[in-house]
Design a protein around this ligand. Structure first.
Ligand SMILES: Nc1ncnc2c1ncn2[C@@H]1O[C@H](COP(=O)(O)OP(=O)(O)OP(=O)(O)O)[C@@H](O)[C@H]1O
Ligand SMILES: [Mg+2]
Length: 233
C-alpha cells in the first residue's frame, strides 16, 4: 500500500506538555480510525496532522513532500482537509459563504463542487442562506464536513464528527463517510469515541492511550479485549 500520509516519530503538545509521544502512522487510500478515551490525544493528533500544532520531534510527509514545518494553509492547499471537533465554521457567514471559503482552495469551478456536497448532504441545500451560527449541532457538523470537501482534499481529517448527536444522524453520517471515501476517492482519518461505528466504516484502526499508539490493526480483527485495554477499562 502506498502511503499518502506518513508520520515518523512525531511528538507534539501544548506549552511544555507533550501529548503525542513519538508516534508512527502511515495512511493510504483507506478509512483509518483513531480510537481512544477522553484525553487520549486524538484531537491533538489530528490538529498536528493538519499542521495547527507544531511538531517538537519527528517528521510528517504528505504525498512525497516533507510538511513537518509547513503552515496549515500549505497543508490545506496540498490536499489535507480538516474538520475540527468543535464546529469549525464562521458563525456570522451564511452556509453558502462558509462553503465558498472552502472553495478558495482548488481548481474546479466552485458550483460544480457545491452541487456535489449538496448531493452528499441534501439538508445543506435548503439552509444555504441561513447564518452558520444558527445551525443545530448536526447541521453544523455536516456543513463543516462539506466546507472541508469544497477544498477538494485528497485526505480528510475528521475529529469526532458525530459526537453528541442522535443515533439516526450518526448512522447517516457514517454512511456519508463511506460515500466520501468510495465515490470521491478521498482518504480519511477518523478520530472517534464511538468504536462500534468506527469499526463498521474503517479499514484499519489504531488505539491511542495517553498519546501512545497501539499497533495498527485491521478493523475486522479488533476485539473487545483490545478496546478495553486501549481505553483502560
Ligand atoms: N490547548 C490546550 N492546552 C493544554 N493542554 C491541552 C490543550 N488541549 C488539549 N490539552 C490536553 O491534551 C490532552 C489530550 O487532549 P485531546 O483533546 O487531544 O484528547 P482527545 O483524545 O481528543 O479527547 P476527547 O475524546 O475528549 O476529545 C488532554 O490531557 C488535554 O487536557
Ligand atoms: Mg478530541
Amino acid at each position: 500500500m502506498k502511503a499518502m500520509l506518513d508520520a515518523r516519530g512525531i511528538r507534539s503538545g501544548y506549552s511544555g506538555v507533550t501529548v503525542i509521544k513519538g508516534l508512527d502512522l502511515s495512511v493510504g487510500p483507506e478509512v483509518f480510525a483513531v480510537l481512544g478515551a477522553n484525553g487520549a490525544g486524538k484531537s491533538t493528533l489530528l490538529a498536528t496532522l493538519a499542521r495547527l500544532i507544531p511538531l517538537t520531534a519527528g517528521e510528517l510527509w504528505f504525498d512525497g513532500q516533507d510538511i513537518s514545518h509547513a503552515p496549515p494553509w500549505v497543508s490545506a492547499a496540498r490536499g489535507i482537509g480538516y474538520v475540527p471537533q468543535e464546529k469549525g465554521l464562521f458563525p456570522d457567514l451564511t452556509v453558502l459563504e462558509n462553503l465558498y471559503v472552502g472553495a478558495m482552495i482548488g481548481e474546479r469551478a466552485r458550483d460544480e463542487r457545491l452541487a456535489e456536497v449538496v448531493e452528499l448532504f441534501p439538508d445543506i441545500g435548503a439552509r444555504r442562506h441561513q447564518l452558520a451560527g444558527t445551525l443545530s449541532g448536526g447541521e453544523s457538523r455536516m456543513v463543516a464536513c462539506a466546507r472541508a470537501l469544497m477544498q477538494d482534499p485528497r485526505l480528510l481529517l475528521l475529529d469526532e464528527p458525530t459526537a453528541g448527536l442522535s443515533p439516526l444522524y450518526v448512522d447517516n453520517f457514517f454512511d456519508r463517510i463511506r460515500d466520501i471515501h468510495r465515490n470521491q476517492n478521498v482518504s480519511i482519518v477518523l478520530a472517534e469515541q464511538n468504536a462500534t461505528k468506527a469499526l463498521e466504516v474503517a479499514d484499519r484502526v489504531m488505539v491511542l492511550t495517553l498519546g501512545e499508539a497501539s499497533e495498527v490493526m485491521d478493523a475486522s480483527s479488533v476485539t473487545t479485549e483490545i478496546l478495553k485495554e486501549g481505553y483502560q477499562i
